[in-house]
Ligand binder design. Sequence first.
Ligand SMILES: *[C@@H]1O[C@H](CO)[C@@H](O)[C@H](O)[C@H]1NC(C)=O
Length: 378
Amino acid sequence: MYSQHLLQVAAITAISSFVFANPVPLREPIDNLPRGLPLVTDEILLLDAPAFKSGEGDEWIASFRMFTHIRQIDSEIVSSALTTAIEALGIEIGNKASNVLERSKLFFAIPRSGIEADLDVVGCLSTSVGETSKTGLLEQSVGIGACVGSLKQRTISGSVPGFFKGRSFEALLFQSIPTGFGVISDVDDTIKVSHVLDKKKNLQAVFVDDHQAVNGMPELYSKLDVELGNPAWFYLTGSPYQLYPSLRKFIFDTYPKGPMITKNLTFTDFTNMFKYVADDEILGNYKITQLEKLRSFYPEKKFITIGDSTQADPEVYAEIARRYPDSIQCIFIRKVDDADNREERFITAFQGVPQSKWKLFTEPSEVMGLDVASGQCS
Ligand SMILES: *[C@@H]1O[C@H](CO)[C@@H](O)[C@H](O)[C@H]1NC(C)=O
């Protein structure tokens, strides 16, 4: 276990490096991460998984992601250290201490490697995945058979052999055929107010405030959901998986449901977290890799990609549209105040992408009137 002192140092280092852009290297805390048979204190975070058809047959493949870690017994201490650090910056926590506790706890979770899990998808073949890597993470595509019926959403129930019985875990499987529409949406400042360009406000939005939808976006997404005939939805965020539980809840309460793809972030990256999360080049490469992957899962789908101008979404979506012109139907970019919204930026970014395929908007109502299903993007 990390000592209380180390946790406090980590929290304060993280916050101060974030605010003062002066990262203090944190000593790698543990060399021999615990591995092997599960303990009663283990926790498993199973992410919602997309499923796709393999080739011409009836077989489905699911892309599972999982994180196993040791329950952080000291999370109150962690959270109070974080609270102190946040308040020292003049951010009011008020009655939102539970948000800070909820959202920070996975950052201090100790990874568990070498864990295998049995996964049962309703109506499909049971399967198992594993082992989790040194960082406690796992990403694995596995066949789940032909599956009964044509459900779009199925429950995945997971368990770990030898694991305390009551501690099963669940997620959803989102199954989608190769054809039809898909929507890929960014999260921060596209559908959720995150203030990524203002460090202090960003910190407050990430850890303290209740998540808040960008005005008009829930209405736009429900309109697209109907117009595109219940497309497959994907949320591709630069946020690390530690924030997955709270973001997932927000999305499920506010937008059409779909799997969310988050970034890997290990404890050693944590002191650099905000740099790591915000670095446009790292973010861009990660997003391109994930978009490539989604396209390979659904090579015949037509995708609508939606993002904003704060980070690399225009450049990333344009790059994918150049590589796979037939896969990208429309690109919508929300212009966020104070971001680089110069015309030259977009002209450069979208070079080689037909003007008719992309649109910048300030108000979601500007997209509402378009017949996106018929290919009207601007
Ligand atoms: C995240 O980590 C897992 C496990 O090590 C790995 O398989 C996967 O490729 C990583 N994903 C990204 C986006 O780096």
